[in-house]
Structures are given as structure tokens and as C-alpha cells.
Ligand binder design. Structure first.
Ligand code: GLA
Length: 373
């Protein structure tokens, strides 16, 4: 076989600073890419096979490019890259025979978008072999479609978009109905954004997530009987009177109040008003707990105990919920004590050990130059 050069690519995970469960409601979200993420090495093969392997999983998968591919639980983590290969072929893109080896610094199943990261990474590296100037906004949508159709999760665009278009030290203010976006510099002075991982397995995430999406769709359907709004995030508080079902009303109230909080957050950051940002994080968590009901005991203990600790301006769950991670804005001088006390309190209340990460805001997907070996 011809010896081909190894190429290396990276895609980050993400946190969402605020604007939770708004993407599929056509609202504003405010995610940032992390410096933690997934690295993949690509080696071209001279035959028609794709071989997928990972440093963190025993399962290795070999498929022929002419094989029909479908989701199969037995394929575990490889369902994500296989879904990308399936969709690329379906849309007539060139997919080369190759070996892809993944390694990761991103905890999986922790709501830090490890699935969006592996999707975007795989699509980007495969397309890069035959295309230049890949349109990253298009790429995010392509990967979202794989998640919706191949994997079966009715997620919005936020995760794939942040993983593809992240920018170091900036969050992305993304309008999920138009895909217009702008970068907002995140200057936290002496504060750091910590990631608090519940380490709780997220077994309910897919079914409950899809259930919240249907409830939001129902709220929109009701409001559309008297107004011509296209997305639930466009509604205002007075519209809530039209909804008689208490559960649907609370879901809609979260979407409306959270949309206001995103705008307030961006304003507060432009004025470098971190105390207001912190209060908005706390209010977002309360709304996700009480109105949208996507937190659960572990996330509540972690975020609410964090909120009480010295040096912490605010904390909230991030991502889909039902386990996974929260974020907290903590003064750098208070971090050690914060970690110590929070770990203790969390374990006392839940019996679980949390993990606390200090990732920075990094760049989106790309090739890692000068790392060929
Ligand atoms: C998950 C989904 C996203 C988004 C968030 C909640 O991360 O993949 O599309 O809906 O939950 O904001």
C-alpha cells in the first residue's frame, strides 16, 4: 500500500452560557466552544474501506463504502461517524477509504456536546480531503440532520454550530431561526467559568428531550391560533394567558423568559457587569428547574450549592439537562475552596462524586497543522 501522510484534526466541546432549550424554539442562544475536545488522525487507504477506532473505546469498526449504513445500538460510538458517512454518500459527496482514530479530552454523555464534536469533526475531515473552504454554517446544519435522522434525537442547531464556528475567548450570539450570529468577547476579569460535572448517567435524555420539543411545539400551535408568530421564542408574556394547560404554559414561560435573559446577558457582558450576568445564570437555572423541568436532583444540588458559595456570582445547568454539567462563575481566588466545599456537599447530598473542569473558550473545528507524524 502507498504510504499516505497522517493528518490531524480537532473539534471542541461546548458550553452554553445561557439560552437553554431555545434553539429548536427559534430563539437566541449563547454558546462557546471549549479547549477540551476530540482529536482525530486521518490516514487515507487505497481500498474502499473506512476503519474507525478510538483511544477511549474498545469497539473498532470496519465498513465498506458500498455498505448500506443504518443506526444500530451495537455500533455504540461509531454510530456518529457512520451517520456522517451515510449522509455524505446520500448527498453525493466524495468519501475516501480511510482510517480514522479518535482520542478525546471531552467527557462523554456530560452535555458538553461530545456527539456534535465527533459529528462535526468527522464531516469536516472527510470533506477536507476533496473540498476547500467548507461552509461551516452549512456543515453544522448537515451534522444536525444526521443527529435528527440517523441518531433520532430532535436536537436544534446550537451544539453543531458552536463546535464548528467557535472562536477563542468569544461566545457566539446565534439567532437559531435565521442562523445570523455575532461573536461577543468574554472578558471575565478575575473570574473563571468552571464546568461542574454531575457524573450522573443521562438515561432519560433522549425521550425527555423529544418530549420537551413536542410540548414547545404544542405551545406554539396554541399561540398561532391568534397570532402569526413563527417561533415560540418570539412570543411575549401576555400570550401565556391563551394557554390553559398548566404544563404547556410553564414550558412556554421558560422559553419567553429565557429569551429575555439572553438579551440581558449580552448587555451585561458588554458593560462588563458580571454580577448581573451571575444573577441571570441563577434565574435561568430556576426557570429550567421549575418551568421547563429538565434539571433533576443532581443538577439542582450542584448548581444551587455552587450559587451559595463564596466567590461564586452565579451557576446554572448547561446543555440538555437531566444530568450532565452545570457552569459556575467563580472568582479565581476562591476556586480552591469552592471546589473543595462543593465536592463535599454534592457527595453528601447525592452519594456521587462530581468532577470540576477549568476549560478555556477555544476555537471551532479545524486541522491541526504541524502535528503530522
Ligand atoms: C442539547 C441539544 C441542543 C439544545 C440543548 C438545550 O444540547 O443538542 O440542540 O437544544 O440541548 O439548549
Amino acid at each position: 500500500m502507498t504510504k499516505h501522510m497522517t493528518k490531524t484534526y480537532f473539534a471542541p466541546g461546548r458550553v452554553n452560557l445561557i439560552g437553554e432549550h431555545l434553539d429548536y424554539n427559534g430563539g437566541l442562544v449563547f454558546p462557546a466552544a471549549l479547549t477540551m475536545g476530540i482529536t482525530a488522525t486521518f490516514n487515507k487507504r487505497d481500498d474502499n474501506k473506512i476503519v474507525l477506532s478510538s483511544a477511549t473505546h474498545a469497539l473498532r469498526k470496519e465498513v465498506d463504502l458500498s455498505d448500506a449504513l443504518a443506526y444500530d445500538a451495537k455500533n455504540e460510538w461509531t454510530n456518529y461517524p457512520l451517520g456522517i458517512v451515510h449522509q455524505l454518500k446520500k448527498e453525493g459527496h466524495f468519501v475516501p477509504g480511510c482510517e480514522i482514530h479518535y482520542s478525546s479530552t471531552l467527557p462523554e454523555g456530560s452535555a458538553l456536546s461530545s456527539s456534535a464534536a465527533i459529528e462535526v469533526l468527522t464531516a469536516y475531515l472527510l470533506l477536507s480531503q476533496s473540498e476547500t473552504n467548507i461552509n461551516l454554517s452549512w456543515l453544522s446544519n448537515f451534522c444536525k440532520q444526521v443527529e435528527n435522522e440517523f441518531i433520532g434525537v430532535q436536537c436544534g442547531i446550537m451544539d453543531q454550530f458552536a463546535v464548528a464556528l467557535g472562536k477563542a475567548n468569544n461566545a457566539i450570539l446565534l439567532n437559531c431561526s435565521t442562523l445570523d450570529y455575532q461573536y461577543v468577547p468574554i472578558e471575565l476579569n478575575h473570574y473563571k467559568l468552571l464546568i461542574l460535572d454531575t457524573k450522573k448517567p443521562r438515561s432519560l435524555i433522549h425521550s425527555k428531550y423529544n418530549e420537551r420539543k413536542s410540548e414547545s411545539d404544542e405551545a406554539l400551535r396554541i399561540l398561532q391560533t391568534t397570532s402569526d408568530i413563527q417561533n415560540l421564542a418570539e412570543a411575549n408574556m401576555s400570550a401565556l394567558e391563551l394557554i390553559t394547560d398548566e404544563v404547556i404554559k410553564r414550558r412556554a414561560r421558560h422559553v419567553i423568559t429565557e429569551s429575555l435573559r439572553v438579551k440581558e446577558t449580552v448587555k451585561s457582558l458588554r458593560f462588563n457587569d458580571l454580577s448581573t450576568f451571575g444573577r441571570l445564570l441563577n434565574a435561568s437555572h430556576a426557570s429550567l428547574k421549575n418551568d421547563y423541568e429538565v434539571t433533576g436532583k443532581e443538577l439542582d444540588v450542584l448548581a444551587e450549592e455552587a450559587q451559595k458559595l463564596k466567590g461564586c456570582l452565579g451557576a446554572r445547568m448547561t446543555g440538555g439537562g437531566f444530568g450532565g454539567c452545570a457552569i459556575a462563575l467563580v472568582h479565581e481566588d476562591a476556586i480552591n475552596e469552592f471546589k473543595h466545599v462543593l465536592e463535599y456537599k454534592y457527595q453528601a447530598a447525592t452519594g456521587l462524586k462530581c468532577a470540576i473542569y477549568e476549560s478555556e473558550i477555544g476555537d471551532g473545528v479545524g486541522e491541526k497543522k504541524n502535528e503530522n507524524h
